[in-house]
Design a protein around this ligand. Structure first.
Ligand code: FAD
Length: 351
């Protein structure tokens, strides 16, 4: 492992931050520059949920037995480093949308592979407040990560180390010379793009099949809703304290504008009404961001087709919180120890 290698990282949302954390603390890299202009970051709107069992068919999320322990360990270690708690185990009470969901969930509670993640919930305290036609189940193996707190602590650290520069990196200011990338008169061995959906403007990588998806979220005051656990009824109600809830989100393709869309607002309104139609609530504000999702819903990790050492670490879609620590390890192991990138996340599948 060559800890003298130098790195230029473009973009410091959650992806760039997790990767920088690994490079610095686990691989001893000190010669690193991270350039970020905090432009419309998806990470700042993330609810930070790691949900092991999702979807109408009630299935375990991809690789969760591997991803969750690694992510839990990563955010705990980062918490020790920055003396802040970033991750906690949190229950999700999931109210079902159909009798089929209820039946599928109940069957899965008896399966060994699911027992650490879900359990039956006969009489949830939220039941008389939420539209509850088909019962509820308890997702006990979920985690909540305070993404904003992690990003704030990481930004402060790397800025103080002289590693983080707050500006836009313009690609035409990059030069390439035998085995080196040059930016602002400094030479780097490796260039890694972590630009979120802004990658669509980057000709090095924008031919990859990104499928960016806008998410709209309400920040709402719901005085009567219990604040102990996350509630899922079509959409998530995530307690923020003081009766405020993160309520969302939508998943809208082909709309990259920063404003909330009419369609998105309509969807949110319908779902909120369906879930808590009998409760009084006030919408404090609406927020939007674009997820860097991909055609096959797997990240893009690894070297892109380029004569120099240029990599991508992107495409984390709806699951950046749980995916990025494990994927960062795969990229680092590839760079330092020549390990192959697992095929499902290897960007090579589209090159
Ligand atoms: C509403 C919503 C809810 C979500 N909830 C969850 C959740 O509960 N759990 C979960 O796991 N995931 C969730 N996600 C997904 C998660 O937020 C993303 O997977 C993750 O944030 C992607 O991080 P990123 O670093 O790739 O992109 P971003 O956060 O968008 O960061 C990209 C960064 O790169 C910078 N940049 C780009 N180009 C340049 C350049 N040329 N020069 C300088 N800087 C540049 C940008 O300014 C930005 O800061 C959610 C997303 C949304 C929108």
């Amino acid at each position: 492992m060559n800890t003298d290698s130098s790195f230029l990282i473009v973009g410091k949302g959650l992806a760039g931050s997790v990767l920088a954390q690994k490079l610095y603390f686990d691989y001893g890299i000190r010669n690193m520059t991270i350039v970020d202009n905090q432009q419309y970051q998806a990470s700042l709107l993330s609810s930070g949920i790691m949900n092991p069992v999702t979807g109408r068919r009630i299935v375990k999320t991809w690789q969760c037995d591997t991803l969750f322990p690694e992510a839990e360990n990563f955010y705990k270690e980062a918490g020790k480093t920055f003396e802040t708690k970033f991750i906690e185990q949190k229950q999700i009470i999931r109210f079902f949308e159909s009798i089929k969901e209820y039946n599928d969930f109940t069957i899965k509670t008896g399966e060994k592979a699911y027992q650490q993640y879900i359990s039956e919930e006969k009489q949830p305290i939220e039941a008389n407040l939420i539209n509850n036609d088909f019962g509820a189940g308890n997702i006990k193996g979920a985690f909540l990560v305070n993404v904003k707190a992690f990003l704030d602590a990481s930004n402060t650290f790397f800025r103080n180390e002289g590693i983080l520069i707050n500006e836009e990196l313009r690609l035409n200011n990059l030069q390439f010379e035998i085995d080196k990338v040059i930016w602002q008169n400094k030479f780097y061995d490796h260039l890694i793009f972590c630009e979120g959906y802004h990658a669509l403007e980057n000709p090095f990588v924008n031919k990859l099949p990104f499928r960016p998806a806008k998410g709209e979220v309400y920040i709402a005051n719901i005085p009567d809703l219990p604040q102990e656990r996350l509630i899922k009824k079509g959409i998530f109600f995530l307690p923020l304290g003081d009766h405020l809830f993160w309520v969302g989100s939508t998943y809208i393709n082909n709309d990259l504008s920063p404003e909330p869309s009419e369609k998105g607002i309509q969807i949110l309104n319908e779902k909120v009404k369906k879930a808590i139609g009998n409760l009084s609530f006030t919408i404090e504000r609406t927020e939007t961001a674009i997820r860097p999702a991909t055609k096959d819903r797997r990240p893009f990790v690894g070297a892109i087709d380029h004569p120099y050492k240029v990599y991508i670490f992107n495409g984390f879609g709806t699951k950046g919180v749980s995916l990025s620590p494990w994927c960062a390890t795969q990229l680092c192991e590839h760079i330092f120890n020549d390990q192959p990138i697992p095929a499902e996340i290897d960007v090579n599948r589209f090159l």
